[in-house]
Design a protein around this ligand. Structure first.
Ligand SMILES: [Zn+2]
Length: 404
């Protein structure tokens, strides 16, 4: 297969980050990392083994077994057989995305990436200050930060091995991100709502699945290891989509809600107001606030997570009893509930996506994913008074099979 150009239309800006933690250009690694994350959740959901690629422990991470490969070659086996011998210690995720000794099955390169100025919208000054510090560092200067937004031209190049599989699995991960979640980093701030590219339309979730399942069933890839405790498994997942009339979001269209480059003051194609939706804003806004009113508990102990923290991620620091408290580094986790930035569907309607993973430790509160769905729904009903236009559970995504 030749190189393939992919035109990716973003509906909200992307955050791809990089070593310097800025997003002033597109960092391909940020997109690939995000696709890998979705693919891990998918493989776990399909009962395949996905290693913990972020682990410090090399025993936990996969690595191509080059000794087994050399041995097989010495014994006169074919190159393909020898490769398969080496792949016994490579899980289905690392097979596509690479690990020590095994290169990723594809390269992704940014060819043309339009950028726009970063800005946010919030109803509370305090939130504005916080967002400026998080994104603009010590100086809190976000005026000049740029983020990818618009039609991105990417180039997909398969490595010369299992090329068609590389394409379908890349498309599969991208499709799940586009249709049910988001792509890139800092998804908890609503970045990364994208439209699935037309050029990959031929790969359906069902066809991608069957190829992945077939690969797992062939049995030459790593199929077990230390179980990983993570809520990020599609079996724990639900995605909700709402159509919200524009006037219900008017708090976020007012000039005083705007922070960042003044060039974006008039921007209404998307509303970067997720901090208020997820945390707290003026009046009713804020899921964290709402949960507290419902007597969900947040932790006051830097070494423990409360129920709210397990759902929305812990606060990084807070004041309690006149003291500054900071969450234990090891307990820092991202939210398991994500809101996309609302983006325009037409003149009078915005699309809002909420998606979430159920943390097993929340079972006392939320018996199953349906209960998590109800909780998200109840909150959106409370702040926006709308019902979802679509609800998709991870199980439904996992059950999309060919001919089914
Ligand atoms: Zn692996």
């Amino acid at each position: 297969m030749e190189k393939m150009e992919i035109k990716l239309r973003t509906l909200t800006p992307l955050w791809t980050g990089g070593v310097d933690q800025t997003s002033d250009r597109l960092h391909e690694t940020g997109l690939i990392g995000s696709l890998r994350w979705w693919y891990e959740a998918l493989v776990r959901g399909l009962e395949g083994f996905a290693c913990d690629s972020t682990s410090e422990n090399p025993e936990v991470r996969c690595a191509f077994d080059s000794k087994a490969y050399e041995k097989a070659k010495k014994e006169g086996q074919s190159k393909d057989e020898a490769i398969r011998a080496g792949l016994k210690t490579v899980c289905p995720v690392c097979y596509v995305f690479g690990c020590t000794g095994w290169a990723r099955l594809f390269q992704l390169r940014a060819i043309e990436v339009p950028m726009t100025s970063l800005h946010f919208r919030t109803t509370l000054n305090m939130n504005g200050g916080w967002l400026k510090r998080v994104f603009g560092g010590e100086k809190g200067d976000i005026e000049n930060l740029q983020v990818p937004y618009g039609e991105l031209h990417l180039q997909f190049t398969p490595r010369r091995y299992d090329e068609e599989y590389a394409r379908t699995q890349f498309a599969l991960a991208l499709r799940i991100a586009a249709e049910y979640g988001g792509l890139g980093a800092r998804l908890q701030h609503g970045f990364g709502q994208i439209a699935y590219p037309k050029g990959l339309e031929d790969v359906s979730i069902a066809s991608g699945h069957s190829q992945l399942k077939a690969k797992i069933q062939q049995g030459f890839l790593r199929s077990n290891g230390t179980p990983i405790e993570t809520p990020f498994d599609l079996k724990n997942f639900v995605s909700l989509t709402y159509h919200v009339s524009s006037d219900k979001l008017k708090d976020f269209k007012e000039d005083q809600s705007h922070i960042g480059s003044s060039k974006k003051k008039q921007e209404i194609a998307y509303l970067p107001c997720v901090f208020d939706l997820r945390y707290k804003g003026e009046g009713k806004w804020g899921m964290r606030q709402w949960l507290k009113e419902k007597r969900w508990k947040e932790s006051d102990d830097p070494k423990n997570l409360g129920e709210i923290d397990l759902l929305l991620g812990p606060r990084s620091q807070w004041r309690s009893g006149g003291k500054e408290k900071k969450i234990d580094e090891e307990l820092r986790t991202a939210s398991r509930v994500f809101f996309g930035m609302p983006y325009c569907k037409d003149e009078s309607t915005y699309v809002l996506r909420v998606w979430a993973f159920l943390h097993p430790e929340l079972r006392d509160h939320l018996s199953d994913v349906a209960a998590l769905k109800n909780l998200c729904n109840e909150y959106i009903k409370y702040v926006l008074d709308v019902q979802p236009v679509s609800i998709v559970f991870g199980e439904q995504i996992l059950n999309q099979t060919q001919g089914g």
